[in-house]
Design a protein around this ligand. Structure first.
Ligand SMILES: *[C@@H]1O[C@H](CO)[C@@H](O)[C@H](O)[C@H]1NC(C)=O
Ligand SMILES: *[C@@H]1O[C@H](CO)[C@@H](O)[C@H](O)[C@H]1NC(C)=O
Ligand SMILES: *[C@@H]1O[C@H](CO)[C@@H](O)[C@H](O)[C@H]1NC(C)=O
Ligand SMILES: *[C@@H]1O[C@H](CO)[C@@H](O)[C@H](O)[C@H]1NC(C)=O
Ligand SMILES: *[C@@H]1O[C@H](CO)[C@@H](O)[C@H](O)[C@H]1NC(C)=O
Ligand SMILES: *[C@@H]1O[C@H](CO)[C@@H](O)[C@H](O)[C@H]1NC(C)=O
Ligand SMILES: *[C@@H]1O[C@H](CO)[C@@H](O)[C@H](O)[C@H]1NC(C)=O
Ligand SMILES: *[C@@H]1O[C@H](CO)[C@@H](O)[C@H](O)[C@H]1NC(C)=O
Length: 903
């Protein structure tokens, strides 16, 4: 064999004097910073090191190692800033060592960043010291290099940082594969070289890259390591590898494939640079393979020629580079492997400067530096990408909403509660994306004029300010507003009718007087708040031909409600007469007898009711129309006694409806009407008592701590309720729409059988030709069919929608509307639908985790999602819902071993 094996032992200083550089003076732009050092020095390579103190003002020096450590965790980012104005591409090489400098033997873990990119996680228990190297295309004048502490993982430490200019244009393809990318070195090896602890670097590599030997990846015992110091023309390579690297090679003689394997540990995108040089007289001809795929066919290499290949390997977590013989001697001289990291976009300078002004003008030190969003977000803010979407400053002394707040145009949430704000609400009109504005606990006196343009506002909290006068009309134009908190201000007057919306919750207690009524206020408000407004639109007979609508709002507990209620009580009402519609008369004292005639239910006297309820002693519930008391009939039977508020006949229509309907209906899943009482100004319904209370109570309300509703029980409840509703829709002669299906109207008996209650808002549809009836919108926020709401056309599908919401409650174990989480979780339907559609069950009630059969959950979720389709036509019928729920129930039972727990 004619091969000569050459083993390298030493670094050849300035061996590469053919094409490149002859000077041993480092290039301008070399920056070698010694962290924690007290004085400059020159090292054995003749490089000058300087202490880091002129680049950073935080952290503490530990000169004897040396290192700098950062015991303070606030702010989490500690940044060095180095001038790099003259460099186009920089090699950045930080090194970190712990070496138990603090005697605690707890090596820290922390992140490091360059500009806006988090570039590495340093874990010093894995390796100490730890060296990283990055190739970064310089933007701007400064290199910002930060250490980012991880709570509970020790104090970040740094030993040194070197910056080296790299020739412009090198590694170009690596930067082009991803826009705004940065290269993190994983491997840089000099093939055929054995480093024995002294890798090749400056001055052999004029740019001070560090080239390790390849013995760790030693491909094959049969591949020879060559060293042939011949002259090579490398002027075609922007990367300018050192000649000493090219002058060694690994050459395969007697086998077909030469392979290197590199552990990557991390799935990512990798950029490979392979160097070849014809240093032997042998003609090479081979294929190049990456992870066994040929990426270059029949690569040829002639003597004294040098060349390179680059390759971008996307989404790999292991790397094998092979050279497969085509005709002669596969070989390779050098390999560089970089992980390609994306660089997050910077925030707009307007945003950054606005935030800086807010920080400075108020004399805070919030530790806000560099980019607000990346690599980590500043305290008090949140970002979406490079947009600052939330700012939460509370308990500081702002005094005014300065104009710079108006520059934060991407804000979705602004929380300035308890910040001593006074005067007018201003400078926020440009925040058209703002959804949540919390100005509570300030001393603001006026609404200002800018709400008209804050078109995305959903939540406005003005609690405990000093707002005076009337509430501006413009608030009513905010289409998405669903919570308006005006509590504890000095407001008075009429609330604009434009705020009178189904989905808007208004809190008004603690004001002088605030109501939707045009009646004058008497100033004796009871400081209770408006619940979700309930709408009752009653057709009023003005002339025989013309119908006019009067709007009465169900104001329970509103201050000034008394007057309104009196007004309401005198409004005449009438029900449209249709075939099959039995109620046609206005209510009078004598109506009771009439009702009795056609009603199968028991008629009770007021006296009987009084004694049955022990003079209305035990309140077991409160509804929109009055209280519910526990009672005991003379035969010992427990009953729920629902008493209408005696001052009003608001619910008279519903009352008659309910008595009539319920007296006709017998079904095990519908609450049974035992009787009623209708005496002067007394409207009382007596129902069977269901001892476990409502589904809402048991699911997430007062009883939820005591009851465990496992998945089987929930499905059983769903099936029961669906049966009840299906019966209402299809069971009797009349098609009945419940109109207020909700979990608090589904009651449970001692055996957890569910029954649907509260028919007070029900409507019959005359058979058979009518497909819908047009009515005023009634119902409960969160359950309301959006199509019914839009069109006022009521069909059975509206109940299906509401029942879908109940199914979602069963699955997710939460209320339909909840302020508990972030705004995007507020509405159960909007929040849960996409997850369930994707069969992504992470939103399933914590209490159900691990308890449900997945197929059964899929079935139930799918039916729930279809029930809450926006278009009624896409929703299933109640019969279909029932069938599918039964299936889901069976699926679960078939798979579960604890059936006996159920009954
Ligand atoms: C180090 O640099 C000085 C000038 O700065 C030069 O005189 C000296 O020869 C250099 N030493 C080496 C080993 O290159
Ligand atoms: C950039 O180069 C110029 C001249 O080449 C020099 O005067 C200046 O100090 C350099 N700036 C930096 C930041 O190195
Ligand atoms: C750091 O490395 C150690 C040792 O490999 C490992 O046990 C630990 O989980 C790592 N810590 C982190 C945060 O990755
Ligand atoms: C080196 O190669 C380039 C083309 O890549 C050529 O233009 C140049 O003349 C060559 N230089 C020498 C000294 O051969
Ligand atoms: C408001 O902030 C001050 C500090 O500025 C604090 O003392 C006070 O408790 C806060 N009040 C409320 C209601 O949070
Ligand atoms: C406004 O901020 C206060 C104080 O943090 C908080 O109690 C209240 O819930 C917030 N309002 C809204 C609507 O989130
Ligand atoms: C809010 O306002 C009410 C009524 O004005 C007052 O009693 C209460 O102390 C205020 N709360 C705070 C935290 O200022
Ligand atoms: C105000 O509410 C309380 C209970 O919260 C009640 O006792 C009182 O009678 C009410 N006053 C008026 C005027 O309605």
């Amino acid at each position: 064999m004619a091969f000569v094996y050459v083993v390298f032992l030493i670094i050849l200083l300035s061996a590469s004097s053919f094409v490149c550089c002859t000077s041993s003076q480092p290039l301008p732009g070399f920056l070698s910073v010694c962290c924690g050092c007290s004085a400059p020095f020159t090292d054995s390579l003749n490089l000058s090191w300087i202490p880091d103190s002129s680049y950073i003002s935080v952290g503490r020096a530990f000169p004897s190692l040396p290192l700098r450590f950062f015991p303070d965790h606030h702010p989490t980012r500690k940044c060095y800033r180095f001038p790099v104005g003259n460099i186009s591409i920089a090699l950045v090489r930080p090194s970190f060592a712990y070496k138990n400098y603090d005697g605690k033997d707890r090596p820290p873990v922390f992140a490091v960043s360059i500009g806006t990119a988090t570039v590495a996680i340093v874990n010093l228990s894995r390796s100490d010291p730890w060296v990283e190297e990055f190739v970064w295309k310089v933007v701007g004048e400064m290199l910002t290099f930060c250490l980012i502490s991880v709570p509970g993982s020790g104090s970040p430490v740094i030993s040194s940082l070197e910056v080296r200019p790299i020739p412009a244009g090198s590694y170009g393809a690596g930067f082009e594969v991803l826009t705004g990318s940065l290269l993190r070195k994983r491997y840089r090896i000099n093939c055929g070289y054995q480093d024995k602890g002294s890798p090749i670097r400056y001055p052999s590599d004029y740019y001070d890259r560090i080239w390790d030997g390849d013995q760790k990846f030693h491909p094959s015992l049969l591949s020879g390591a060559f060293h042939v110091p011949i002259a090579l023309n490398i002027s075609g390579m922007k990367e300018t590898p050192p000649l000493v690297v090219l002058q060694t090679a690994r050459v395969l003689a007697r086998r077909d494939i030469l392979s290197y394997r590199f552990p990557l540990k991390k799935l990512g995108n990798y950029y490979l640079v392979l160097y070849f040089a014809g240093i032997t007289p042998l003609l090479s001809s081979f294929d190049v393979l990456v992870n066994d795929n040929v990426v270059f066919f029949d690569y040829q290499l002639n003597q004294a020629e040098a060349s390179l290949l680059t390759y971008f390997a996307k989404g790999i977590d292991r790397l094998k580079i092979s050279f497969r013989k085509v005709r002669f001697y596969p070989q390779v001289n050098g390999i560089e492997i970089y992980e390609v990291l994306g660089i997050p976009q910077e925030c707009s300078p307007v945003t950054v400067s606005a935030l800086q002004v807010i920080q400075q003008s108020n004399g805070f030190n919030l530790g806000w530096e560099d980019d607000p969003c990346a690599p980590t977000t500043w305290s008090h803010i949140s970002c979406n990408g490079n947009l600052v979407t939330s700012l939460e400053l509370s308990d500081v002394d702002l005094r005014v909403i300065s104009p710079t707040f108006g520059d934060l145009i991407n804000l979705k949430k602004l929380d300035l509660h308890n910040t001593s704000l006074t005067g007018e609400i201003m400078n926020l009109g440009s925040l058209q994306e703002l959804e949540v504005l919390n100005l509570s606990f300030n001393k603001l006196t006026s609404f200002g004029s800018e709400f008209a343009t804050m078109v995305s506002l959903q939540i406005l909290d003005l609690e405990n300010n000093s707002l005076e006068g009337a509430v501006p009309e413009s608030l009513g134009n905010l289409k998405d507003l669903h919570l308006l908190n005006l509590e504890n201000n000095k407001l008075q007057g009429v609330l604009p009718q434009s705020l009178n919306k189904e989905n808007l919750e208004i809190r008004t207690s603690g004001n002088l007087c605030l109501a939707f009524s045009s009646s004058t206020c008497n100033g004796h408000g009871n400081h209770t708040s408006i619940e979700t407004p309930q709408f009752t639109v009653i057709d009023t007979k003005k002339s025989s031909a013309h119908m006019q609508k009067a709007i009465i709002i169900g104001l329970v507990g509103i201050s000034c409600a008394l007057l309104l209620v009196t007004v309401a009580a005198v409004i005449f009402w009438r029900k449209r007469m249709r075939k099959g519609d039995l109620i046609s008369k206005t209510l009078t004292e004598g109506t009771a007898r009439e009702i009795k005639d056609w009603c199968k239910a028991n008629l009770f006297t007021y006296k009987e009711i009084k004694s049955a309820t022990n003079n209305f002693k035990d309140v077991i519930g409160n509804g929109g129309f009055g209280s519910v008391y526990l009672g005991k009939l003379s035969d010992g039977k427990l009953v729920a006694v629902k008493v209408r508020s005696d001052k009003t006949q608001l619910g008279a229509e519903s009352f008659i409806n309910e008595v009539h309907l319920l007296s006709q209906i017998r079904h095990p899943n519908l609450v049974y009407l035992e009787g009623f009482c209708y005496e002067s100004k007394q409207q009382i319904l007596v129902y069977e008592h269901l001892s476990l209370g409502s589904l809402a109570d048991n699911l997430y309300g007062s009883k939820s701590k005591k009851t465990t509703l496992n998945w089987a029980r929930r499905l059983k409840i769903a099936v029961d309720a669906a049966r009840g509703l299906e019966y209402l829709h299809n069971g009797g002669n009349a098609r009945i729409i419940h109109r207020d299906v909700k979990s608090s109207n589904i009651l449970l008996d001692l055996d957890m059988n569910a029954k649907v209650a509260d028919f007070g808002l029900s409507r019959q549809i005359p058979l058979p030709e009518t497909s819908h009836i047009t009515t005023a919108v009634k119902g409960t926020a969160g359950y309301l069919d959006p199509e019914y709401y839009d069109t006022q056309q009521l069909t059975e599908k509206s109940d299906v929608y509401s029942f879908g919401v109940v199914l979602l409650e069963l699955i997710c174990g939460r209320e339909p509307l909840s302020h508990a989480g972030s705004p995007d979780t507020y509405n159960l339907v909007l929040w849960a639908k996409p997850y369930l559609q994707a069969s992504s069950f992470e939103i399933v009630d914590e209490n159900l985790k691990g308890d449900f059969n997945v197929e059964s959950m899929k079935k139930a979720a799918s039916v729930a999602v279809r029930c809450v389709e926006r278009e009624a036509a896409h929703r299933p019928t109640m019969a279909e819902v029932l069938a599918e729920l039964k299936e889901a129930y069976s699926l679960h039972l078939a798979s579960s071993s604890d059936i006996e727990l159920l009954h």
